[in-house]
Design a protein around this ligand. Structure first.
Ligand code: KG4
Ligand code: ZN
Length: 331
Protein backbone atom coordinates (compact mmCIF):
# COMPACT_ATOMS: atom_id res chain seq x y z
CA UNK A 1 0.00 0.00 0.00
CA UNK A 2 1.24 3.46 -0.92
CA UNK A 3 -0.28 6.68 0.42
CA UNK A 4 0.12 10.38 -0.32
CA UNK A 5 -0.02 12.45 2.89
CA UNK A 6 -0.98 16.13 3.06
CA UNK A 7 -0.45 18.25 6.19
CA UNK A 8 -1.72 21.87 6.29
CA UNK A 9 -3.10 22.29 9.82
CA UNK A 10 -0.94 25.22 10.89
CA UNK A 11 2.11 26.94 9.43
CA UNK A 12 3.89 24.14 7.55
CA UNK A 13 2.91 22.53 4.28
CA UNK A 14 4.08 18.92 4.58
CA UNK A 15 3.70 16.44 1.72
CA UNK A 16 5.01 12.86 1.60
CA UNK A 17 4.55 9.46 0.02
CA UNK A 18 4.72 6.47 2.37
CA UNK A 19 5.01 2.93 1.04
CA UNK A 20 4.26 -0.01 3.30
CA UNK A 21 7.40 -1.88 2.19
CA UNK A 22 9.82 0.86 1.22
CA UNK A 23 8.90 3.39 3.92
CA UNK A 24 9.09 7.09 3.04
CA UNK A 25 9.59 7.37 -0.71
CA UNK A 26 9.79 11.17 -0.76
CA UNK A 27 8.79 14.09 1.37
CA UNK A 28 8.76 17.87 1.26
CA UNK A 29 8.30 20.45 3.96
CA UNK A 30 7.68 24.11 3.40
CA UNK A 31 7.74 26.23 6.54
CA UNK A 32 5.85 29.53 6.64
CA UNK A 33 7.90 30.85 9.58
CA UNK A 34 9.21 33.80 7.53
CA UNK A 35 5.64 34.75 6.54
CA UNK A 36 4.49 35.02 10.18
CA UNK A 37 7.71 36.18 11.89
CA UNK A 38 6.86 39.90 11.70
CA UNK A 39 3.55 39.29 13.48
CA UNK A 40 4.99 37.29 16.41
CA UNK A 41 2.67 34.34 15.73
CA UNK A 42 0.74 32.51 13.04
CA UNK A 43 -1.72 34.73 11.11
CA UNK A 44 -4.48 32.29 10.05
CA UNK A 45 -5.45 34.05 6.80
CA UNK A 46 -1.83 34.26 5.63
CA UNK A 47 -1.35 30.59 6.54
CA UNK A 48 -4.32 29.53 4.39
CA UNK A 49 -3.12 31.57 1.43
CA UNK A 50 0.38 30.15 1.61
CA UNK A 51 -0.93 26.57 1.77
CA UNK A 52 -2.99 27.32 -1.36
CA UNK A 53 0.18 28.46 -3.08
CA UNK A 54 2.38 25.55 -2.00
CA UNK A 55 0.34 22.36 -1.70
CA UNK A 56 -0.09 21.32 -5.34
CA UNK A 57 3.48 22.22 -6.44
CA UNK A 58 4.86 20.15 -3.52
CA UNK A 59 2.61 17.21 -4.45
CA UNK A 60 4.00 17.37 -7.98
CA UNK A 61 7.53 17.42 -6.53
CA UNK A 62 7.10 14.37 -4.29
CA UNK A 63 5.51 12.35 -7.12
CA UNK A 64 8.37 13.30 -9.45
CA UNK A 65 11.05 12.53 -6.86
CA UNK A 66 9.55 9.10 -6.13
CA UNK A 67 9.18 8.54 -9.87
CA UNK A 68 5.49 7.80 -9.46
CA UNK A 69 2.24 8.76 -11.14
CA UNK A 70 -1.10 9.09 -9.29
CA UNK A 71 -2.00 5.59 -10.60
CA UNK A 72 0.78 4.17 -8.42
CA UNK A 73 -0.97 5.40 -5.26
CA UNK A 74 -3.55 3.57 -3.13
CA UNK A 75 -4.99 6.52 -1.26
CA UNK A 76 -4.75 10.20 -0.35
CA UNK A 77 -4.58 11.11 3.36
CA UNK A 78 -4.98 14.66 4.66
CA UNK A 79 -5.06 16.27 8.09
CA UNK A 80 -8.71 17.02 8.86
CA UNK A 81 -8.09 18.52 12.35
CA UNK A 82 -7.38 19.80 14.88
CA UNK A 83 -5.83 23.06 13.69
CA UNK A 84 -6.66 26.36 11.99
CA UNK A 85 -9.89 25.91 10.07
CA UNK A 86 -8.85 27.83 6.95
CA UNK A 87 -5.48 26.09 6.78
CA UNK A 88 -7.10 22.67 7.29
CA UNK A 89 -9.66 23.37 4.57
CA UNK A 90 -6.89 23.81 2.00
CA UNK A 91 -5.43 20.34 2.63
CA UNK A 92 -8.87 18.74 2.98
CA UNK A 93 -10.24 20.20 -0.24
CA UNK A 94 -7.12 19.49 -2.28
CA UNK A 95 -6.76 15.98 -0.81
CA UNK A 96 -10.42 15.08 -1.26
CA UNK A 97 -10.52 16.47 -4.81
CA UNK A 98 -7.34 14.72 -5.94
CA UNK A 99 -8.62 11.44 -4.52
CA UNK A 100 -11.87 11.93 -6.45
CA UNK A 101 -10.06 12.83 -9.66
CA UNK A 102 -7.62 9.95 -9.30
CA UNK A 103 -10.36 7.52 -8.24
CA UNK A 104 -8.65 6.72 -4.93
CA UNK A 105 -9.93 6.50 -1.35
CA UNK A 106 -9.63 9.73 0.64
CA UNK A 107 -8.57 9.39 4.28
CA UNK A 108 -9.07 12.16 6.86
CA UNK A 109 -6.38 12.02 9.57
CA UNK A 110 -6.26 13.39 13.13
CA UNK A 111 -3.16 15.59 13.38
CA UNK A 112 -2.28 14.32 16.87
CA UNK A 113 -2.61 10.70 15.77
CA UNK A 114 -0.07 11.61 13.10
CA UNK A 115 2.34 12.91 15.77
CA UNK A 116 1.61 9.90 17.98
CA UNK A 117 2.54 7.44 15.24
CA UNK A 118 5.55 9.41 13.91
CA UNK A 119 8.05 7.21 15.84
CA UNK A 120 6.79 4.34 13.63
CA UNK A 121 8.61 6.01 10.73
CA UNK A 122 11.95 5.09 12.35
CA UNK A 123 13.87 1.80 12.39
CA UNK A 124 13.49 1.23 16.12
CA UNK A 125 9.71 0.89 16.32
CA UNK A 126 8.03 0.73 19.77
CA UNK A 127 5.77 -2.24 20.42
CA UNK A 128 2.25 -1.70 21.76
CA UNK A 129 1.23 -0.94 24.46
CA UNK A 130 3.13 2.23 25.36
CA UNK A 131 2.64 5.63 26.96
CA UNK A 132 2.95 8.62 24.62
CA UNK A 133 3.79 12.17 25.59
CA UNK A 134 2.56 14.51 22.86
CA UNK A 135 4.11 17.95 23.22
CA UNK A 136 3.50 20.51 20.50
CA UNK A 137 2.62 24.17 20.11
CA UNK A 138 -1.06 23.42 20.54
CA UNK A 139 -1.20 20.31 22.74
CA UNK A 140 0.35 18.63 25.77
CA UNK A 141 -1.11 15.18 26.29
CA UNK A 142 -0.24 11.90 27.96
CA UNK A 143 -1.90 9.00 26.18
CA UNK A 144 -1.96 5.27 26.79
CA UNK A 145 -1.67 3.57 23.41
CA UNK A 146 -2.81 -0.05 23.18
CA UNK A 147 -2.82 -0.22 19.37
CA UNK A 148 -3.74 1.83 16.33
CA UNK A 149 -6.92 3.71 17.25
CA UNK A 150 -6.88 2.51 20.86
CA UNK A 151 -5.97 5.65 22.74
CA UNK A 152 -6.78 6.56 26.32
CA UNK A 153 -6.16 10.15 27.37
CA UNK A 154 -4.36 10.06 30.74
CA UNK A 155 -3.77 13.78 31.19
CA UNK A 156 -3.44 17.06 29.32
CA UNK A 157 -2.68 20.72 29.83
CA UNK A 158 -5.41 22.72 31.49
CA UNK A 159 -4.04 25.95 29.95
CA UNK A 160 -1.00 26.62 27.70
CA UNK A 161 0.62 23.78 25.78
CA UNK A 162 4.32 23.14 26.51
CA UNK A 163 5.38 24.52 23.10
CA UNK A 164 3.18 27.56 23.61
CA UNK A 165 4.86 28.21 26.98
CA UNK A 166 8.27 27.93 25.27
CA UNK A 167 7.17 30.37 22.55
CA UNK A 168 5.61 32.89 24.95
CA UNK A 169 8.62 32.85 27.29
CA UNK A 170 10.93 33.16 24.28
CA UNK A 171 8.97 36.24 23.21
CA UNK A 172 9.50 37.75 26.69
CA UNK A 173 13.24 37.15 26.14
CA UNK A 174 13.02 39.10 22.89
CA UNK A 175 13.18 36.08 20.58
CA UNK A 176 11.27 35.77 17.30
CA UNK A 177 8.38 33.34 16.77
CA UNK A 178 8.55 30.35 17.16
CA UNK A 179 11.10 30.89 19.89
CA UNK A 180 11.09 27.38 21.45
CA UNK A 181 14.18 26.03 19.65
CA UNK A 182 16.04 29.36 20.04
CA UNK A 183 15.28 29.48 23.77
CA UNK A 184 16.62 25.92 24.03
CA UNK A 185 19.82 27.04 22.29
CA UNK A 186 20.11 30.03 24.62
CA UNK A 187 19.67 27.74 27.66
CA UNK A 188 22.88 25.91 26.66
CA UNK A 189 24.82 28.91 28.03
CA UNK A 190 22.72 29.16 31.17
CA UNK A 191 23.96 28.56 34.70
CA UNK A 192 22.32 25.83 36.73
CA UNK A 193 20.88 26.96 40.08
CA UNK A 194 20.81 30.75 39.60
CA UNK A 195 17.01 30.76 39.22
CA UNK A 196 14.52 28.18 40.43
CA UNK A 197 11.19 28.01 38.60
CA UNK A 198 8.20 26.06 40.01
CA UNK A 199 7.20 22.57 38.78
CA UNK A 200 3.46 23.21 38.32
CA UNK A 201 0.93 20.59 39.48
CA UNK A 202 3.58 18.05 40.48
CA UNK A 203 2.80 18.20 44.21
CA UNK A 204 -0.67 16.70 43.76
CA UNK A 205 -1.80 13.44 42.20
CA UNK A 206 -2.93 13.29 38.58
CA UNK A 207 -1.47 13.61 35.12
CA UNK A 208 -2.71 17.02 33.99
CA UNK A 209 -0.34 19.89 33.29
CA UNK A 210 -0.42 23.67 33.64
CA UNK A 211 2.24 25.79 31.98
CA UNK A 212 0.81 29.32 31.92
CA UNK A 213 2.20 30.09 35.39
CA UNK A 214 5.76 29.45 34.20
CA UNK A 215 5.44 32.20 31.61
CA UNK A 216 4.22 34.59 34.34
CA UNK A 217 7.10 33.48 36.57
CA UNK A 218 9.49 34.21 33.70
CA UNK A 219 7.91 37.66 33.15
CA UNK A 220 8.32 38.53 36.84
CA UNK A 221 11.92 37.31 36.90
CA UNK A 222 12.78 39.29 33.76
CA UNK A 223 11.22 42.43 35.28
CA UNK A 224 13.36 42.09 38.44
CA UNK A 225 16.71 41.23 36.84
CA UNK A 226 19.14 42.96 34.47
CA UNK A 227 18.83 42.27 30.76
CA UNK A 228 22.35 40.95 30.17
CA UNK A 229 22.92 38.03 27.83
CA UNK A 230 23.99 35.85 30.76
CA UNK A 231 20.90 36.65 32.82
CA UNK A 232 18.65 35.84 29.86
CA UNK A 233 20.50 32.57 29.31
CA UNK A 234 20.10 31.73 33.00
CA UNK A 235 16.36 32.45 32.84
CA UNK A 236 16.06 30.33 29.67
CA UNK A 237 17.92 27.53 31.46
CA UNK A 238 15.68 27.66 34.56
CA UNK A 239 12.51 27.82 32.46
CA UNK A 240 13.50 24.86 30.28
CA UNK A 241 14.62 22.87 33.33
CA UNK A 242 11.21 23.43 34.96
CA UNK A 243 9.25 22.35 31.85
CA UNK A 244 11.46 19.30 31.32
CA UNK A 245 11.31 18.27 34.99
CA UNK A 246 7.54 18.68 35.09
CA UNK A 247 7.07 16.62 31.94
CA UNK A 248 9.45 13.95 33.25
CA UNK A 249 7.69 13.67 36.64
CA UNK A 250 4.33 13.15 34.91
CA UNK A 251 5.78 10.67 32.40
CA UNK A 252 7.22 8.55 35.20
CA UNK A 253 3.90 8.72 37.03
CA UNK A 254 2.00 7.68 33.86
CA UNK A 255 4.35 4.75 33.19
CA UNK A 256 4.03 3.55 36.79
CA UNK A 257 0.25 3.96 36.76
CA UNK A 258 -0.06 1.93 33.54
CA UNK A 259 2.59 -0.61 34.55
CA UNK A 260 4.46 0.09 31.30
CA UNK A 261 8.12 0.76 30.45
CA UNK A 262 7.92 2.05 26.90
CA UNK A 263 7.55 5.79 26.38
CA UNK A 264 7.04 7.56 23.06
CA UNK A 265 7.56 11.30 22.73
CA UNK A 266 6.38 13.25 19.72
CA UNK A 267 5.33 16.75 18.66
CA UNK A 268 7.54 19.81 18.17
CA UNK A 269 8.88 19.99 21.74
CA UNK A 270 10.10 16.37 21.52
CA UNK A 271 12.95 17.79 19.41
CA UNK A 272 14.27 19.34 22.65
CA UNK A 273 17.58 17.67 23.57
CA UNK A 274 17.29 18.32 27.29
CA UNK A 275 13.82 16.69 27.35
CA UNK A 276 15.11 13.65 25.46
CA UNK A 277 18.04 13.22 27.84
CA UNK A 278 15.83 13.54 30.90
CA UNK A 279 13.27 11.05 29.60
CA UNK A 280 16.02 8.61 28.67
CA UNK A 281 17.18 8.77 32.28
CA UNK A 282 13.63 8.29 33.61
CA UNK A 283 12.86 5.25 31.42
CA UNK A 284 16.36 3.89 32.00
CA UNK A 285 15.74 3.82 35.75
CA UNK A 286 12.50 1.90 35.12
CA UNK A 287 14.34 -0.54 32.87
CA UNK A 288 12.50 0.74 29.81
CA UNK A 289 13.07 2.77 26.66
CA UNK A 290 12.10 6.04 25.10
CA UNK A 291 11.25 6.29 21.40
CA UNK A 292 11.05 9.44 19.31
CA UNK A 293 10.99 10.46 15.68
CA UNK A 294 14.04 12.03 14.00
CA UNK A 295 13.98 15.83 14.63
CA UNK A 296 12.43 16.72 11.26
CA UNK A 297 9.48 14.42 11.98
CA UNK A 298 8.98 15.77 15.52
CA UNK A 299 7.44 18.94 14.10
CA UNK A 300 4.59 18.96 11.59
CA UNK A 301 5.21 16.92 8.44
CA UNK A 302 3.44 14.99 5.71
CA UNK A 303 5.11 11.63 6.38
CA UNK A 304 3.29 11.12 9.69
CA UNK A 305 -0.02 11.92 7.98
CA UNK A 306 0.69 9.45 5.15
CA UNK A 307 1.61 6.78 7.74
CA UNK A 308 -1.44 7.38 9.97
CA UNK A 309 -3.64 7.51 6.84
CA UNK A 310 -2.33 4.14 5.73
CA UNK A 311 -3.21 2.62 9.11
CA UNK A 312 -6.69 4.17 8.97
CA UNK A 313 -7.30 2.96 5.41
CA UNK A 314 -6.26 -0.55 6.40
CA UNK A 315 -8.78 -0.36 9.24
CA UNK A 316 -11.45 0.46 6.66
CA UNK A 317 -11.72 4.22 7.18
CA UNK A 318 -12.28 6.49 4.19
CA UNK A 319 -14.32 9.62 3.50
CA UNK A 320 -17.46 9.91 1.40
CA UNK A 321 -17.55 12.66 -1.22
CA UNK A 322 -17.97 15.38 1.38
CA UNK A 323 -15.06 16.70 3.42
CA UNK A 324 -14.94 18.38 6.76
CA UNK A 325 -12.27 20.32 8.64
CA UNK A 326 -12.53 19.88 12.42
CA UNK A 327 -10.58 22.64 14.24
CA UNK A 328 -11.28 21.10 17.68
CA UNK A 329 -11.22 17.34 17.70
CA UNK A 330 -10.46 15.13 20.70
CA UNK A 331 -8.06 12.27 19.99
O1 KG4 B 1 4.29 19.91 16.44
P1 KG4 B 1 4.64 21.29 16.02
O2 KG4 B 1 5.51 21.49 14.83
O3 KG4 B 1 3.36 22.12 15.68
C1 KG4 B 1 2.17 22.02 16.36
O4 KG4 B 1 1.36 21.12 16.01
O5 KG4 B 1 2.01 22.83 17.31
O6 KG4 B 1 5.26 22.00 17.31
C2 KG4 B 1 5.75 23.31 17.28
C3 KG4 B 1 6.17 23.71 18.68
C4 KG4 B 1 6.50 25.19 18.82
O7 KG4 B 1 5.88 25.69 19.98
C5 KG4 B 1 8.03 25.19 18.94
O8 KG4 B 1 8.54 26.29 19.66
C6 KG4 B 1 8.26 23.90 19.68
O9 KG4 B 1 7.35 22.99 19.09
N1 KG4 B 1 9.65 23.40 19.53
C7 KG4 B 1 10.54 23.33 20.55
C8 KG4 B 1 11.75 22.83 20.01
N2 KG4 B 1 11.56 22.62 18.67
C9 KG4 B 1 10.27 22.96 18.41
N3 KG4 B 1 10.41 23.63 21.86
C10 KG4 B 1 11.49 23.44 22.64
N4 KG4 B 1 12.68 22.98 22.21
C11 KG4 B 1 12.86 22.66 20.91
N5 KG4 B 1 14.06 22.20 20.48
ZN1 ZN C 1 1.74 19.40 15.22
Amino acid sequence: MRILGIETSCDETGIAIYDEEQGIMSHRLYSQIAVHADYGGVVPELASRDHVRKTIPLIKEVLAEANLTPQDLDGVAYTAGPGLVGALLVGCSIGRSLAYGWDLPAVPVHHMEGHLLAPMLEDDVPEFPFVALLVSGGHTMLVRVDGIGHYELLGESVDDAAGEAFDKTAKLLGLDYPGGPVLAKMAENGTQGRFKFPRPMTDRPGLDFSFSGLKTFAANTIAKEDSSEQTYADIAYAFQEAVVDTLAIKCRRALEQCGLKRLVIAGGVSANTSLREKLEAVTGKLGGNVYYPRPEFCTDNGAMIAYAGMQRLKAGVSADLTFKATPRWPL
